[in-house]
Design a binder for this molecule. Structure first.
Ligand SMILES: Cc1cc2nc3c(=O)[nH]c(=O)nc-3n(C[C@H](O)[C@H](O)[C@H](O)COP(=O)(O)OP(=O)(O)OC[C@H]3O[C@@H](n4cnc5c(N)ncnc54)[C@H](O)[C@@H]3O)c2cc1C
Length: 287
């Protein structure tokens, strides 16, 4: 199929894109990498009258580290993030996660902002944002809002982003010397969407876990933080007993949603396996 007739406008700056969003309202949509929006338009599941292309806005494509905070522009493509030495050093979780997203062709065009604005429950990056305790920065004619990732993702393809707001950047704390980032997903084939995936940030002190942010994706209606499982790790070393207990707690606290191919029971079981594997790998790396 072909999309409905639409008007295409290339915005030259963030301010221009925001003004266009204001002008065209609900009839307009932002075009970033187009890797989700264009196929959806071709299927006529999305029929915007106006597309506002932000792919040429250089100020949305910067990556900076300042005072221990890494800021990534929403327009950075997956490949830009993956190839950034700054990201590799400051937020290695993202460099572990991105190779799992689709294939090279999609990673060459798709953007970090597009992934977060879309909020597909099976996407890797929303869970990374939860684990990293990131802040999503959105902007409208009224100024900027900084939204903690935990408040931004609200359901399947549903976020706190208002119609007149542009997602402009993401801020996250730089990894500390006593932190471990770990990403892993279980899928049928490389490049497929995950059946269950995890993004973990663990802080350790004197051989024990001092803080644990265990985020999951492809298991519920949106990315989810397993807070009880994280709390159960605190004050403990990663013994096989604790790993087993925490894997059970994580599988017990998540409200599992089936996808087209995998039921809730399957996702629950795989989440338990995934948690056990991830924590075991972290333990092995610490010793
Ligand atoms: C075959 C295939 C496999 C894929 N596999 C995966 C996968 O394994 N994991 C995964 O995470 N994704 C996967 N994707 C989706 C891909 O990652 C998309 O690129 C991504 O979800 C959207 O990014 P984009 O830059 O292409 O956004 P677009 O498609 O341009 O936009 C997506 C939506 O976000 C809105 N939007 C985009 N940027 C902004 C912004 N800055 N501010 C406000 N709104 C904005 C758009 O208006 C649109 O509604 C796959 C896609 C395909 C086609």
């Amino acid at each position: 199929m072909k999309p409905h007739l639409f008007q295409y406008i290339r915005a030259e700056s963030t301010q221009a894109a925001i003004a266009l969003l204001e002008e065209f309202g609900e009839d307009a949509q932002i075009l970033a990498g187009g890797q989700s929006l264009v196929p959806t338009m071709a299927l006529r599941m999305a029929n915007p009258e106006t597309l506002i292309d932000i792919s040429a806005i250089a100020e949305l494509q910067t990556i900076e580290l300042s005072d221990g905070v890494l800021t990534i522009g929403a327009g950075c493509r997956y490949v830009d993030v993956l190839n950034s030495d700054l990201v590799a050093k400051s937020a290695p979780l993202l460099c572990q996660a991105i190779p799992y997203i689709a294939h090279d062709a999609i990673r060459n065009r798709g953007t970090i902002g597009g992934s977060l604005a879309l909020a597909d429950p099976a996407s890797e990056l929303p869970a990374c944002m939860l684990a990293l305790d990131a802040v999503i920065i959105v902007e409208s004619k009224d100024g900027q809002r900084k939204i903690p990732a935990g408040d931004f993702f609200q359901g399947t393809y549903f976020t706190d982003l208002a119609e007149n707001e542009l997602l402009v950047a993401i801020e996250m704390p730089e990894i500390a010397s006593n932190q471990i980032h770990k990403f892993y997903e279980i899928s049928r084939r490389s490049g497929d969407y995950a059946i269950s995936g995890g993004a973990f940030v663990l802080t350790h002190e004197d051989g024990c876990i001092a803080d644990a942010r265990l985020a999951y994706f492809a298991v519920s209606d949106c990315a989810v933080l397993a807070t009880k499982a994280g709390e159960a790790l605190v004050g403990n070393s990663l013994s096989s007993e604790i790993i087993e207990t925490v894997s059970d707690i994580a599988a017990g606290e998540i409200e599992f949603f089936a996808d087209l191919y995998n039921g809730e029971a399957m996702k629950k079981q795989l989440t338990k396996v995934l948690t056990r594997r991830m924590l075991t790998k972290i333990h092995d790396g610490m010793n």
